[in-house]
Design a protein around this ligand. Structure first.
Ligand code: SF4
Length: 558
């Protein structure tokens, strides 16, 4: 394997003032001179850069098959190219925490296609559909970070898949792993009538300069980015490691307010504002400065404390900004105002909305993000037949077709409806998201996608007139891939006891979480656990009580 690259390179690049060596291992921060790996993940990253695994996949593993894969590549570096082994079929959730990783591994992979800014052409959507049909048994899920995930991938097929994706400008580079993940962008960037500023240039520039660059390919953990110039703040900016949120500075005009250190999982934390206003052209430099701080000062001793939010919790925004300005940017940032609260609770862009150019964009709601390969091709066909070549994915697992002429709007709505993609869906279809769950995820305890699909139908029948914004976030385990803590109903998958005292699939309920309006985490109600079978009854009961007791404009989160 190649020699260790990043720590020493990074040390040379770091500001001289930070290159001191201390005796104590501390948190394993490189900036404190701690380059000795303190856990297995740090060791494999030191042994060889995650990006280097691509060559081995192309020249060795795809030729010799699954059994030839080095374990450190299989459960480590392959993530840098969007590949995770998927869960072996038929292993129930009770065994998740008991079995060794290799006992849970199937010989197939999940492959995550990164879609920065959620931007797709019809040709790209068709290419993903073809890959899905040819190599992924027709699977295709839109994630809550605008990506599309495929399953049942064989290692033998990976080079051919890359070829097909890259031919249309898509990639899986750093789609997973301890590196900069997909850059979430407003799905209506550059088109929405009410836009404050278009952040697309910054999304492209960061991707061009830094994605796949070994300067940032060995971070303490994953690094999540969001950029939106939309007044509805449609990128869940509060829970990203760095976010740029559109705001108008009274002297300098439209630009971005900088948020740092958000994240969910087991120690959820909302990002904090640095109080800085950044013009569009400065976004990539500020982004690189913040990622540099994370690389150099991030905690590498324990993976459970390695996200940027822990460093931010210890430093606070003032110190963070000072180090960013003094040691990384070498310039002071301009103070700036906070963005206003979004004007609507629905931030998914579902429905028909005006564009700047007189056309419309049309957002529609797949159920919990689950589509399939043939249907992706049909969506591309429908878009093209109604004069559009551009689509977007959203962080709510929804899709948008852009550039629809006024006289094509209703025919397009009808064509999507025929595919069961509603443009005017129920609150339940609109507001329910679900993570991958036990079908494919090795960490899962319960099933999520099928359950979310059925729950939507059930609630639509039980509460046909319910029209309030609502979010139901279904997670298959205590991790928060579908944002447990930020849903009106945050459902954390676990095994619970049913009335007969048997262990069955169920959920710990968190109630009243919210992003945007008065962002905050839902309350975990002690002892409030429901079995999966009881879930529709429980949600119906709570929503009926809310309808009976609410004042005129009271929202569910209140
Ligand atoms: Fe897997 Fe848990 Fe994440 Fe769901 S929340 S995708 S089950 S790790």
């Amino acid at each position: 394997m190649a020699s260790t690259p990043t720590p020493d390179d990074a040390a040379a690049r770091r500001p001289a003032a930070t290159r001191k060596v201390t005796r104590h291992r501390g948190e394993g921060q490189w900036a404190m001179g701690h380059f000795t790996p303190l856990n297995a993940n740090e060791q494999f990253k030191k042994d060889d850069d995650g990006l280097n695994v691509r060559t081995r996949i192309e020249t060795i593993y795809s030729q010799r098959g699954f059994d030839s894969i080095d374990p450190a590549d299989l459960r480590g570096r392959m993530r840098w190219w969007g590949l995770y082994t998927q869960r072996k079929a038929g292993i129930d959730g009770g065994k998740t925490a008991i079995l060794e990783p290799h006992e849970l591994d199937d010989e197939h992979f999940m492959l995550r296609v990164r879609i920065d800014g959620g931007r797709l052409t019809t040709a790209q959507l068709r290419a993903i559909g073809e890959v899905s049909e040819t190599y992924a048994r027709g699977t295709a899920d839109i994630t809550d970070r605008q990506n599309i995930q495929l399953h049942w991938i064989r290692i033998e097929d990976v080079p051919a898949i890359w070829q097909k994706l890259e031919a249309v400008g898509l990639s899986t580079t750093e789609a997973c792993g301890d590196c900069p993940r997909v850059i979430i962008g407003s799905p209506v960037a550059g088109i929405a009538e009410d836009e404050i500023i278009d952040g697309s240039w910054a999304v492209d520039e960061i991707h061009e300069r830094y994605i796949g660059d070994k300067e940032f390919s060995n971070l303490p953990r994953k690094f999540k980015t969001a950029i939106s110039g939309s007044p509805v703040q449609d990128v869940v900016h509060e829970i990203n490691d760095i976010a740029f949120v559109g705001v108008v500075h009274p002297e300098h005009g439209p630009g971005f307010d900088v948020w740092v250190g958000g994240g969910l999982s087991t120690n959820p934390r909302l990002a904090e504002r640095l109080g800085a206003w950044v013009p569009l052209e400065q976004v990539p430099d500020v982004w690189a400065g913040v990622v540099g701080i994370f690389r150099d000062y991030g905690y590498r001793r324990l993976r459970t404390r390695a996200r940027l939010k822990f460093l931010m919790a210890d430093w606070g925004p003032e110190k963070f900004r000072q180090i960013l300005e003094d040691d990384y940017l070498k310039t002071k940032l301009i103070d700036g105002p906070a963005p206003a609260e979004p004007s609507t609770r629905w931030r998914d862009h579902v429905g028909v909305h005006p564009q700047q150019d007189g056309n419309f964009y049309v957002g529609f709601a797949p159920r919990v993000g689950r589509i399939d390969g043939p249907t992706l091709a049909k969506i591309a066909d429908v878009a093209a037949a109604h004069g559009s070549d551009r689509l977007r994915t959203t962080v709510e697992q929804k899709m948008i077709i852009l550039d629809v002429a006024p006289d094509q709007v209703e025919p397009l709505v009808a064509a999507l409806d025929a595919l069961d993609f509603q443009v005017r869906p129920s609150s339940f279809r609109r507001g329910t998201i679900a993570c991958t769950g036990i079908e494919f995820c090795k960490l899962a305890i319960v099933e999520t996608k099928g359950r979310g699909h059925d729950l939507i139908s059930d609630l639509e029948k039980r509460l046909p007139d319910f029209d309030q914004p609502i979010s139901i976030n279904i997670n298959g385990c205590p991790n928060a891939c579908a944002r447990i803590q930020t849903g009106d109903f945050g459902l954390k998958g676990q095994l619970v006891l049913n009335a007969e005292g048997e262990q069955v699939e169920g959920f710990q309920v968190h109630l009243g979480g919210s992003l945007g309006f008065e962002a905050g985490f839902g309350r975990k109600l002690r002892g409030l656990k429901v079995t999966a079978a009881e879930l529709p009854d429980y949600i119906e009961r709570v929503l009926r009580r809310f309808e009976e007791e609410r004042t005129d404009d009271e929202r569910f989160a209140e």
